[in-house]
Write a protein that binds this ligand. Structure first.
Ligand code: 4NP
Length: 159
């Protein structure tokens, strides 16, 4: 299974999801053959590591994001990945415009996988907000990553 997380800049939300899912899968589902990556719909930060605030908040919960580097979504991603998960509805709209028709069924909102009771659809963009935004990203991402992992374990070949 190949999973791609997509946000705007690929320096806050989607690298967090990449690091969290990878760590969770290694710990709780080592049997699952999973490839995890992330990318942005915008190219403002290509080649940069995740935002220092994102890295610090993730490190406090035990996730090391320091080796990740930002990139933009490219046409080949729509063929390569089994699931392409947008961090919010705006980025999902952008992906729908860019993806070929046969990839649309593989485009989803990441928070669809959060447990019922989590009403949010979007992981809010923390870039211009306060420190609490980065904690909120981690809370939402950890919840949805658990749900996604459960989903992948139920149907490891066809998400
Ligand atoms: P991300 O956050 O999409 O979660 O990586 C952002 C990062 C950078 C910008 C916006 C959002 N920016 O405008 O540079």
């Amino acid at each position: 299974m190949r999973v791609l997380f997509v946000c705007l800049g690929n320096i806050c939300r989607s690298p967090t999801a990449e690091g969290v899912l990878r760590a969770l899968a290694a710990r709780e589902a080592p049997d699952l053959t999973l490839e995890v990556d992330s990318a942005g719909t915008a190219g403002y930060h290509i080649g940069e590591p995740p935002d220092p605030r994102t890295r610090a908040a993730a490190a406090r919960r035990g996730y090391d994001l320091s080796t990740l580097r930002a990139r933009v979504v490219e046409p080949g991603d729509f063929e390569r990945f089994d699931l392409i998960l947008a961090m919010d509805r705006e980025n999902l709209r952008v992906l729908r415009r860019r993806a070929p028709a046969d990839a649309h069924e593989r485009l989803r909102l990441f928070l669809e996988f959060a447990p019922h009771g989590h009403a949010a659809e979007d992981v809010p963009d923390p870039y211009y907000g306060g420190a609490n935004g980065f904690e909120e990203v981690l809370d939402l991402v950890e919840a949805a990553a658990r749900g996604l992992l459960a989903h992948l374990r139920r149907q490891p070949r066809a998400a």
